[in-house]
Design a protein around this ligand. Structure first.
Ligand code: FES
Length: 96
């Protein structure tokens, strides 16, 4: 395996940071749910923006984005249901 392949994602919720094991091909949403973290969703297709979370660190690829503006993206907003980690240092902030 390429050593730069993502193997974990960190989730920040309030003051708490948790590290979740990442399995190739999962979205941020799938990783969070497997780890028992709740992210609200609606369409799970990249259209509604309900699953908005913030990428504080690292890099993700969004498969589809029909919800977020360039300004929101520039502020670190990502769609959890469409985002796949590209680096091993992703830190994602979830509301709550
Ligand atoms: S749940 Fe609708 S964009 Fe992610």
């Amino acid at each position: 395996m390429d050593s730069s392949e993502p193997t974990a994602v960190k989730f920040k919720q309030g003051l708490r940071v948790q590290k979740a094991r990442y399995y190739a091909g999962e979205t941020i949403l799938e990783t969070a749910r497997r780890h028992g973290l709740k992210i609200n969703t609606n369409c799970v297709q990249g259209y509604c923006g309900t699953c908005l979370v913030f990428l504080l660190k690292g890099k993700v690829h969004m498969r589809k984005n029909k919800a977020l503006t360039q300004q929101e993206l520039d502020n670190g907003s990502i769609l959890a249901c469409q985002s796949v980690p590209e680096t091993d240092d992703c830190l994602v902030e979830i509301d709550g």
